[in-house]
Design a protein around this ligand. Structure first.
Ligand code: HEC
Length: 166
């Protein structure tokens, strides 16, 4: 039952958040990186944010996603209760598929609304603190992963601006 409920909802959420592949096909993007891809010169966050976010991450997120953000090895496999385990946030899973706006929403509202189990943190964390945590999360990503994420994020920003205009 749980599986039937969760999978279509997750698929919708991936579609909405700019994921064009099914989660089970999503692996680290090494194979799809072309050497010509431009490297973004700078990350969007300052190093002070990473320092602040790292402390908050250990306080609020580490119990599930692990102190080093490595999450669960078999993150695509449902557990005994039919739930997805906490995925890695360190760039090895598919967190890099999601634009910043979607990552913020996940932390704010959690996964429960989509049939998952992650609690929302909107009542415990200020938007600035959520951004600090996401800065720390992304500081664990390689430049290659970040570059691919950056392009997807830029694309999502363009789409949402176009939608607002239209
Ligand atoms: C109680 C365990 C738990 C805690 C605490 C938790 N998470 Fe999660 N997180 C999960 C689970 C489980 C998922 C998979 C989706 C679901 O079931 O809701 C998830 C999914 C995510 C995702 C989506 C990952 C992806 O690749 O799409 C992000 C981002 C995330 N968590 C960030 C955080 C951050 C940041 C914090 C701390 C503020 C946090 N989580 C705290 C369990 C947790």
């Amino acid at each position: 039952m749980k599986r039937e409920k969760l999978l279509p909802l997750l698929a919708i959420s991936f579609a909405l958040s700019g994921c064009d592949r099914h989660p089970s096909e999503a692996t680290a993007p090494t194979a799809s990186i072309s050497p010509k891809q431009p490297m973004p010169a700078e990350r969007w966050y300052a190093s002070q944010q990473v320092a602040r976010g790292g402390k908050l991450y250990q306080q609020f997120c580490a119990e599930c996603h692990k102190p080093d953000a490595s999450g669960t090895t078999n993150w695509q496999q449902l557990d005994a209760k039919g739930n997805y385990p906490p995925p890695p946030l360190n760039g090895t899973a598919h967190t890099w598929h999601h634009p910043l706006s979607a990552l913020r929403r996940t932390v704010m509202f959690g996964g429960v609304r989509l049939g998952g189990t992650m609690p929302g943190f909107g009542d415990k964390l200020q938007p600035q603190q959520i951004d600090d945590i996401l800065a720390w999360v992304q500081s664990n990503w390689s430049d290659e992963i970040y570059a691919v994420w950056y392009q997807r994020d830029q694309q999502a920003r363009k789409t949402s601006t176009a939608q607002k205009k239209g």
